[in-house]
Design a protein around this ligand. Structure first.
Ligand code: ZN
Length: 728
């Protein structure tokens, strides 16, 4: 009997029909392939499966669910000219079929052990490949349930080795979609948007567009295509975790600052992937270091990374002690005289910043006087930057400092004024001088909630933040020095503290509305990286806070799309959907103008012209899942706690006494415990990671008087926790 298999129209269509396990392998393979091939390499559907090509075939990804791949389980990864690969250790099994495939099957356990060096003999050296016969030879790896890291290492080497360099010109069509026109504040229905070489090549009424055979099509019917979002205020030198700012709370004896900085450098890719996954296709780093400026450029062509605009170290009126002597990891340069200021700008220019930033910090007991003293330096910095065609962003949170910054030529205020409700004259000044203002409404709460030990993360926060960093925010509950931490906590909960924070909050909110009404250009930015403000995940709460200040959805969406590029002078190439602009867009399942929450309903992110499925951007690791449930446990969030568990999860008393089966049973068991123990806190004393298992030695407080110690062995299959063994 002939099996009926649909003709696959697009990647999304394929994903719809694939079983979950094959879909996730295909997803990882596609991402790895894209991450390691230059932009001219295109992807289309051929033989019903994903196929990558330059001037000729590069690789094909064949899930066993799609007929005629010649396999019964797993996913085949085939590479043209793969027969040229070095395989001296004979890890690969050879096979063939009618089409002159050469097939190599790798048993899972052997590929796991395979040293990637075997496949890196001659990276990018294609000598000898040009004479291979016309009929294609294909090399196939058989992959099933591998860790993405192993795949990444192995496959990236293979692809590098095999790549042939002549551009292709595939086009992607997003058909029958409603376009969100952020410039004119209107929705344009039934459009087809064409992307070619990373640029929006055409946008027309769907009835006027003929889609050529073989083109990539993304079905847009019933969906909304809007420009990618921008977070206009982030800091990559800060992790968002508890140890990010030793000048605010010095915890260096628990975690050395060098370790913290190393972490952010090593995990910048993870943070960038999180941004793009949430549709944030551009970020503006308004205070970094020379080392981060250098790292910025390494992400320029990566499909998983947003466009990164970055300044260097902050030129400042005050430098916290803890950052001194960090050399190229120092986020601050203290400036004492106008001459120094001009010279520091010229020095910074050697590191190619996208703009210059001033940290305008004044003595709180003599705000106006100390502000005026810094003005000559401020002016010298701004003048030198403008002379070199660089714009200037200024941190100024008092009306007087902000006003002096504006009067002396600054372009961008990276915070809202918070010390008072701003005057009408001040608003007029900003409007006339075309100053850009970023309110940063949520960052202060990040500090007070963390130091006040009252973090209550939402499921959205927990699912979208880096698990290690958001998890660190509750560490104060178990670190030694609890007397000091309790003192800080008490102080923050004092009535006058609470009133003061409420007043600052209210001022920021009132001023935002007043400025927006007065025609000032507003941009959305979070100050992500500060303690308690997570990279990527904090933008949506920030936009919600803007909404609560009284801005309309259109105003907020403009602030998060087109407006930031007015500061960067890049309105012509970014920030809206128009022919000739870069293809940084989000395809949403619902209308964001009707409801801002629909910004979280992302179907596809188009980043630098690449269509990316959000779920494909972060490879879920066993430790990530275990950390996510731990974070949710510490946040008292039952739904987020249950999310990483498989529907039929089994909990055992070690070694083999089954005590609970199924997620629902887990909910029944934990629901009353969560409800009656709001101070529940679990500290990991030790963690061992081994293959698909994570072993945590846990110490639990907040449940009665006693501390409970136990060990849990988590077993993970197909991105879910399937079994837990408890040793008590
Ligand atoms: Zn900042």
């Amino acid at each position: 009997m002939k099996s009926i298999f649909p003709k696959i129209q697009s990647i999304l269509h394929l994903y719809d029909v694939l079983p979950e396990n094959e879909r996730s392998i295909v997803d990882v393979l596609r991402q790895v392939t894209r991450a390691h091939t230059p932009p001219y390499v295109k992807e289309k559907i051929a033989y019903n499966v994903p196929f990558f090509f330059g001037n000729r075939g590069i690789c094909i990804i064949w899930p066993s669910f799609v007929p005629r791949g010649g396999i019964t389980e797993g996913v085949l990864f085939g590479l043209w000219h793969g027969n040229q690969l070095a395989d001296k250790d004979h890890y690969l099994t050879r096979g063939s079929n009618k089409k002159n495939f050469i097939r190599f099957l790798v048993p899972q356990n052997r590929l796991m052990k395979m040293p990637s060096a075997n496949y890196c003999k001659k990276p990018y050296d294609t000598t000898g490949l040009r004479n291979t016969k016309k009929h294609f030879k294909i090399f196939l790896l058989y992959l099933s349930g591998l860790t993405p890291i192993i795949m990444n290492r192995t496959i990236s080497c293979i692809i590098g080795w095999l790549l042939l360099a002549i551009p292709a010109c595939a086009q992607t069509y997003i058909s029958n979609v409603t376009v969100v026109d952020v410039v004119h504040q209107k929705l344009i229905p039934d459009q087809t948007v064409v992307i070619k070489n990373g640029i929006i090549n055409a946008m027309q009424s769907s009835k006027d567009v003929r889609v050529p055979a073989g083109a990539d099509i993304i079905a847009g019917k019933g969906k909304f295509l809007m420009p990618g979002l921008t977070d206009a205020h982030v800091h990559f030198f800060q992790s968002g975790g508890l140890y990010a700012r030793p000048d605010a709370l010095d915890l260096r004896k628990f975690r050395p600052y060098e370790q913290e900085i190393k972490w952010v450098h090593n995990n910048m890719e993870d943070l960038l992937r999180r941004y793009v996954r949430l549709g944030i296709t551009s970020v503006i780093d308004v205070g970094s270091t020379y080392n981060f400026l250098e790292q910025r450029d390494s992400f320029a062509t990566k499909d998983y990374a947003p466009e990164i605009f970055m300044t260097g170290p902050l030129l400042t009126s005050y430098e916290p002690e803890v950052f001194k002597a960090l050399k190229n990891d120092d986020p601050f340069i203290l400036v004492k005289t106008p001459e120094e200021g001009a010279k520091d700008v010229r020095d910074e220019i050697l590191h190619h910043p996208d703009f210059i930033k001033i940290w305008f910090i004044v003595k709180q007991d003599s705000v106006a006087a100390s502000a005026r003293r810094f003005v000559p330096v401020l002016k010298a910095i701004i003048d030198e930057a403008h002379k070199n065609s660089l714009k200037v962003a200024v941190h100024a949170t008092e009306q007087i400092t902000a006003q002096l910054a504006v009067e002396n030529g600054c372009d961008y205020l990276v915070h809202e004024v918070e010390d008072q409700v701003v005057s009408d004259d001040f608003v007029r000044l900003l409007q006339e001088k075309k100053i850009i203002v970023c309110p940063t409404l949520v960052v202060a709460d990040g500090y007070t909630n963390t130091f006040g030990q009252q973090n209550r993360f939402s499921t959205y926060d927990l699912q979208n933040s880096n698990p290690g960093q958001i998890g660190s925010l509750t560490d104060l509950q178990h670190l030694p020095d609890s007397a000091m931490f309790n003192f800080i906590k008490k102080r923050l909960h004092l009535k006058q503290s609470v009133q003061r924070f409420a007043r600052l909050d209210s001022n920021r909110s009132v001023n935002l509305k007043k400025m927006a009404d007065g025609g000032v250009t507003i941009v959305a930015g979070t100050d992500a990286g500060n303690i308690g403000t997570q990279h990527a995940a904090s933008l949506y709460p920030e936009l919600t806070a803007m909404k609560n200040s009284g801005l309309t959805n259109w105003q907020i969406i403009q602030a998060a799309t087109i407006n930031p590029f007015k500061f960067l002078n890049k309105e012509d190439s970014l920030g809206s959907i128009a022919v000739g602009k870069k293809a940084d867009m989000i395809l949403l399942k619902a209308n964001p103008i009707e409801n801002l929450d629909n910004l979280t309903k992302i179907d596809v992110v188009i980043n630098k012209g690449y269509a990316l499925h959000p779920d494909s951007l972060i490879a879920v690791t066993p430790v990530m899942l275990v950390q996510q449930q731990l974070n949710a446990y510490n946040a008292g969030n039952l739904d987020a706690f249950l999310a990483p568990y498989d529907d039929s999860v089994e909990i055992y008393q070690f070694p083999d006494q089954l005590i609970s089966k199924g997620k629902e049973a887990l909910r029944q068991r934990w629901s009353p415990l969560f409800a009656s123990n709001p101070g529940l806190h679990c500290e990991i004393k030790e963690r061992i990671m081994q293959g698909h298992s994570v072993i945590d030695k846990e110490s639990i407080t907040g449940m009665g008087k006693n501390r409970e110690e136990s060990t849990a062995i988590y077993e993970i299959e197909k991105n879910k926790i399937t079994r837990v063994y408890l040793i008590q």
